[in-house]
Ligand binder design. Structure first.
Ligand SMILES: [Zn+2]
Length: 148
């Protein structure tokens, strides 16, 4: 009688595994799109630059060192986006807890960076890259005005 049970479990785990692999990749498509838009605007930045904070090293996706601006492009799956975050069918409690921890870590990292004097911008992977790049540029403009 284990056959039907296995058939029910395997597809959703396989789906979860595939989704995990797709989401773990660095240089996700939206991230690359946003970076190239910024680059085309003549903006220069560092990628995955480690920043030391009170609570440890944080590696934002895009870093403007001089302006102290840290940008994260958060994947909808891992960061449990309210619009697209979905719980895998198998082991729901495990995943619910995992995503809760991921969100908590995002908040901690944002807080740690802000405490260290950084401005933090979090972009959802589902945001339109053009608009996301515009948000980065606006923040840069505001920060530069404040310093002049
Ligand atoms: Zn989303």
């Amino acid at each position: 009688m284990s056959g039907p049970v296995n058939r029910a479990v395997i597809p959703s785990s396989a789906h979860a595994t595939a989704t995990m692999k797709a989401n773990r990749r660095r240089d996700t498509k939206p991230e690359v799109a946003i970076r190239s838009l910024l680059h085309r605007r003549g903006l220069r930045f560092r990628i995955d630059k480690p920043i030391r904070t009170d609570t440890g090293i944080v590696r934002p996706d895009v870093v403007f060192t001089t302006q102290r601006i840290a940008v994260f492009v958060d994947g909808c799956y891992w960061h449990a986006c309210p619009e697209h975050g979905e719980l895998p069918r198998a082991n729901r409690d495990f995943w619910r807890e995992k995503f809760r921890r991921n969100r908590a870590r995002d908040k901690e990292q944002t807080a740690a960076l802000e405490k260290a004097g950084w401005s933090v911008l979090r972009i959802w992977e589902h945001e339109e890259p053009q608009r996301a790049a515009e948000r980065v540029r606006n923040l840069l403009a505001t920060t530069q005005m404040g310093r002049e």
